[in-house]
Design a protein around this ligand. Structure first.
Ligand code: SAM
Length: 760
């Protein structure tokens, strides 16, 4: 048991002096009047560090009575310090990475409320990991945001599920609850401040969302932009709105109505300030109490960052003074305010509102808006805990989680003293801030793109346009054929957002976010024709090979090789039996793009994942062996979406090499397409009607397999006993429509073969 003596205690509601706080087994077990000093007692720990050895305990009778006869192992002298509940940030975006939750904890934020994170599997993994691991902030999330079809943010994230009308509300809210959402976030912003005019949820749909959320017991938070959207949020009877308008003061009737309706507000002043012309929070990294513990990328983000969700070019129409003034008036009207930052920095993505650190600025800004320091502290502790149903935290009281912060000085009179952190406990476990400080470093930037052997081969398998500013996005990095990996990734991201999804691919969404303009070829209007033709094909194909792979490893294959792996995330998302090695091979452009995305963001793989760069037209077996591949072990080989991009000769060489490396009982699965199978009447007609910029043209120019051989016969010739699975069977099995491009009942459509084989 740990005891903190002589500290001023802010218990989440009020200031208490002369009390000791006892912590045991992850909980606060007692808050008792401090016993008189025993002159014979050896000093225990100071606020700056733990005691060495066992402290003697004076006057423990009372404590023992309250806390039971548990031995006190450490006494911390908190003189000159203040003990607070761990801080709760009421509005963040965890951006798919645990790194942010660790950063948050390093600045005393023991719980983050994420208000939009996707895909559900990744959010769930982060939440579960944060629940288990005491060296990151705990996480609650709204999961996927509720937004209008074509609205913000779906316009730039086309794979998100959206609501076309009130009838979608029930299904979407239920889906969120099943995914583990802690609240429901809805977007009521037409993007007008950023020059857009997007659809938003209309009144009946927003009301249907709040009604459904209430039935599911989930609080609702609306993202607002201006007075009209505040009115819409109040009309929809949300529990809270987040952000405050910056174009004008919020009209008095809306301030009064917010108070009268009992709504709470998360103003996110730290973000509003950075999005406005003032950018006053830039100095945060120069406060040594913050800067000394910031990783270099986070410090640089605060000083110079304009990415993330902060507005890159502040509009002259937006005035931060309106945000402060409205916050002041809401507070004066009696509206409960919750401290939230909208932090959304992620490794390699320079947003100036940084997890953890930004909450200290938010507290300062709340005081600037007229809250007393104690009121500001409530807004970051007891208020969010109460309003978001976190009844086990947010206060210092017996039986509550020992999420605690010991700071030097008195933040109840000088709010910036929250920055002078001396101790942090999450669920009673001390966070080693010194270790964090010394280990902190900029998360690795992607290595410069290595030269790829074979790219000089004159073909369409070549290099795309590059960016010169060193910033990595798919459009700058990927070759023409490399960018075909975005098509299945975009489709997998879309599938992951469906309530009846055939799989959940957390990496695919990250890919879609990172892909930038390159994704437009697959998700934008240029790709519309292709997308419609393919229907659910990629989802069916993915699931088919998922099932096959698990069966292959279940039947004894102890290594998996995914050739032309692209942005495949099976290493991270399938439940692999241990021990299993999974080799992923693709061209260097795709590999470096992918590694940048998965590093720090993807769930830990359930296998030993060995990614490597190589060209399937070169001596890739040497590369594979050099990475530990053992040809004596039965292998499951996957060639998904590759053979059509290789000539017949290249394909035969590839299959020959796979055969040579395959021990008896090895398995092989592949998708087989050729020009003969694809270049049918319907394809030709579609190409004739499509603009030359249409993705169909880009793609058809890459098809190089001229073989007219039957695919099963071709595999038989390479020593495999193969069989083909009809796409119509798969569609029936998974209750999906037959993909229009491959519908055999429609004359002139294309064909595709999905094959599986065993080494004969
Ligand atoms: N199998 C992945 C999937 O289903 O998500 C990716 C399929 S994508 C349509 C085709 C992939 O083949 C791209 O990632 C591309 O880089 C890769 N590729 C094409 N030609 C290649 C070559 N010569 N060597 C290695 N990879 C190649």
């Amino acid at each position: 048991m740990i005891r903190v003596d002589h500290a001023r205690v802010f218990d989440g509601e009020r200031v208490r002096d002369g009390v000791s706080v006892l912590i045991d087994d992850g909980l606060v077990v007692a808050v008792t009047p401090t016993a008189p000093q025993d002159p014979t007692a050896r000093p225990g720990a100071t606020a700056d560090g733990p005691a060495t050895g066992m402290a003697e305990v004076a006057g423990m009778a009372e404590v023992a009575e309250v806390a039971g006869a548990v031995e006190v192992t450490e006494v911390i002298d908190g003189s000159g310090h203040t003990l607070l509940p761990g801080l709760i940030d009421g509005h963040t975006h965890v951006m798919g990475t645990l790194h942010n939750l660790r950063l948050a904890l390093a600045f005393g934020v023991t719980t983050e409320l994420d208000l939009f994170s996707f895909p559900p599997a990744l959010t769930g993994w982060l939440r579960d990991t944060a629940a288990r691991t005491d060296d990151v902030a705990d996480l609650r999330s709204s999961g996927t945001v509720m937004c209008a079809t074509g609205g913000h943010p779906a316009a730039s994230m086309p794979f998100l599920p959206t609501l076309a009308g009130p009838r979608d509300a029930w299904e979407q809210v239920t889906a969120r609850r099943k995914e583990g959402a802690h609240c429901i976030k809805m977007m009521l912003d037409d993007g007008g401040h950023h020059g857009a005019d997007l659809p938003t949820l209309d009144g009946p749909t927003a009301s249907a969302v709040t009604a459904a959320a209430r039935r599911e017991g989930l609080p609702t938070v609306a993202h607002i932009a201006d007075a009209e959207t505040v009115r819409a949020a109040l009309d929809a009877e949300v529990d809270a709105f987040t952000h405050v308008p910056m174009a004008a003061p919020l009209p008095g009737d809306l301030v009064a109505r917010t108070a009268a309706d009992g709504r709470f507000v998360i103003p996110t002043l730290a973000m509003m300030e950075m999005s406005s012309g003032t950018r006053g929070g830039r100095g945060l990294a120069d406060d040594d109490r913050i800067g000394a513990h910031l990783p270099a990328d986070a410090a640089a983000a605060i000083r110079t960052g304009t990415e993330g969700l902060a507005v890159t070019v502040p509009s002259p129409d937006l005035d931060f003074a309106h945000a402060l003034g409205t916050t002041r008036r809401l507070h004066e009207a009696g509206v409960t305010l919750v401290a939230g930052t909208d932090a959304n920095n992620a490794p390699g993505r320079a947003c100036p509102v940084v997890h953890g650190a930004a909450l200290h600025r938010e507290l300062e800004l709340l005081v600037a808006a007229g809250l007393t320091p104690v009121e500001a502290l409530r807004a970051a502790t007891s208020a969010p805990a109460r309003l978001f149903g976190l009844s086990d935290r947010g206060r210092i009281a017996p039986g509550l989680r020992a999420d605690l912060l010991l700071v030097e000085g008195d933040p109840t009179t000088d709010i910036t003293a929250t920055r002078a952190i001396r101790r942090i406990w999450r669920r009673g476990v001390p966070f080693d801030r010194e270790e964090f400080r010394t280990a902190r470093q900029t998360p690795a930037r992607p290595a410069p793109r290595p030269a790829v052997p074979g790219t000089s081969t004159p073909d369409t398998n070549g290099t795309g346009p590059g960016r010169r500013d060193g910033r990595a996005t798919a459009d700058s990095e990927l070759t023409a054929v490399g960018s075909t990996s975005l098509a299945p990734a975009a489709a997998r991201a879309r599938e992951s957002g469906r309530p009846d999804r055939l799989f959940d691919d957390p990496v695919a969404t990250q890919v879609a976010v990172a892909a930038g303009a390159a994704l437009a070829a697959w998700s934008g209007p240029r790709g519309e024709r292709l997308r419609r033709a393919m229907g659910d094909y990629f989802a069916l194909r993915t699931r088919y090979f998922d099932d096959w792979l698990l069966e292959a490893v279940g039947s004894g294959c102890r290594q998996v090789v995914v050739l032309a792996a692209g942005l495949d995330a099976r290493a991270f998302r399938l439940d692999w039996p241990a021990p299993l090695r999974l080799f992923e091979l693709d061209r260097a452009d795709v590999l470096s793009f992918k590694e940048k995305i998965v590093t720090g963001r993807a769930p830990a793989p359930g296998c030993v994942r060995i990614p490597m760069a190589g060209d399937l037209r070169d001596d890739w077996p040497r590369t594979l062996r050099a990475h530990g591949f053992d040809p004596r072990v039965p292998t499951a080989w996957l060639l998904e979406g590759i053979l059509v991009y290789l000539t017949e000769q290249e394909g035969d060489e590839l299959l020959g090499r796979v055969g040579e490396l395959s021990a008896p009982a090895s398995r092989l699965a592949l998708e087989y397409g050729s020009r003969a199978m694809f270049a049918t009447d319907t394809t030709r007609a579609a190409l004739d009607h499509a603009a030359t910029t249409d993705t169909l043209h880009t793609l058809s120019a890459l098809w190089r397999n001229e073989s007219t051989a039957d695919p099963v016969a071709r595999l038989t010739g390479h020593g495999w006993a193969a069989r083909s699975r009809e796409i119509t069977d798969l569609a029936a099995r998974y209750e999906r429509p037959v993909p229009p491009a491959f519908d055999p009942t429609v004359p002139g459509t294309a064909r595709i073969a999905l094959l599986q084989a065993t080494r004969a």
